[in-house]
Write a new protein. Structure first.
Length: 110
């Protein structure tokens, strides 16, 4: 998580919140509940590309690597902070896949 100073958050958060409201509004007009995923993907992609274009001009390898790393970090942080705890709770509720235990036992015995 990029922990930016509160002053920068105060400036960006209202803009982000307005954009989130607009995406939700558009998603509600679509038939599928998960339709917001395409809108979110488009928004994040276009935002990143516009920043690169306006800040750096041409696309270069190091920018591709930087953006790829940034999006990977976003995905990893999201998974670590929200998805993993959610999945652990569901696993406790519904039970685990038994084959995992077999592999874990083999790992422990080696």
């Amino acid at each position: 998580m990029p922990y930016i100073p509160p002053q920068q958050r105060q400036e960006l958060d209202p803009l982000i919140d307005a954009l989130a409201d607009r995406i939700v509004q558009q998603a509600r007009s679509l038939e599928q509940e998960a339709a917001f995923a395409g809108l979110l993907n488009y928004t994040c992609t276009r935002l990143a590309l516009q920043i690169v274009r306006r800040r750096c001009g041409r696309l270069r390898y190091w920018l591709i690597a930087l953006l790829t790393g940034t999006f990977k970090n976003i995905a990893d942080e999201f998974y670590r902070r929200l998805a993993a705890p959610y999945e652990e709770k569901q696993q406790a509720k519904h039970g685990d896949v038994d084959v995992y235990r077999e592999f874990w036992q083999e790992i422990e015995e080696s």
